[in-house]
Design a protein around this ligand. Sequence first.
Ligand SMILES: *Cc1c(COP(=O)(O)O)cnc(C)c1O
Length: 222
Amino acid sequence: MSITQNIQRLTAQLPQGVKLVAVSKFHPIERLQEAYDAGQRIFGENRAQELASKAPQLPSDIEWHFIGHLQKNKVRMIMPWASIIQSIDSTQLLQLVNKEAARINRHINVLLQLHVAKEQTKSGFTIDEIFEAAEDGAFRDLSNVTICGVMAMATFTDDMEQVASEFEVVRNTFLTLRDKYFSHNDAFKEISMGMSDDWRIAVEHGATLVRIGTNIFGQREY
Ligand SMILES: *Cc1c(COP(=O)(O)O)cnc(C)c1O
C-alpha cells in the first residue's frame, strides 16, 4: 500500500478527537511530502538534527512533534521548529526548554513523558517521580511553556494485556495529575500513546494522539 493509502486508512479508523502523528524519522523528505500531499499535517521526529534539517525543506504549516530523548545541548537546535516537545523526561529539561523558549521570545507546548514500560532503556518520569515533581511545584510558573498532557511508550512485547495495563496506568496518572495539579490549565488534555502495533489498545485506553511510523512509511532503514 502507498503512503497515501496508509494515511487514508488510518485516518478513517481513528475515532474523532484522536490525532495522528506520522512518525517520519529516518525517512527522506520526499516520503514526508507524499504524506503531506495526502493531507497529513502532524509529523514526529526523534532526533534533533534530523528535525532541524527536514523542517525548513517542507511546507511551513506542518506541526512538528519532537518525540525522542532530547539532550540538553540540542534544545536550541529544535526550538525554532518544534511546535510541541512530547518527550520532557526531567524537570531540568523542562526548565531549560522554558529558558530557551523565552530567549527567542516564543511559547512552546510540551508533554511529560512517563516511564511505564519494563525496559530500563526507555526514558521518562516514573510514576513516583512525576508526583514528586508536581508536589515540588516543578510544573508551575513556567513563563514560556504550556504543559499539555502526558506521553508514554508501552513495553515492547506480544503480551497485549501487559500493554493494556501500562496504558491504563498512563491514563490514571493523567487523570490524577489533571485533577490535582492542572485543574486551572485547560490545555492539559492530551494523552500521547500507541504506535504501529498497539495504537488500537491505546485508543481504547484514552489516547488523544497516536504516533505511527511503520504502518505509514514502511520499515525504517537505519
Ligand atoms: C519510532 C517511534 C514511534 C513509531 O513507531 P512505529 O512502531 O514505527 O509506529 C512512536 N513513538 C516513538 C517515541 C518513536 O520513537
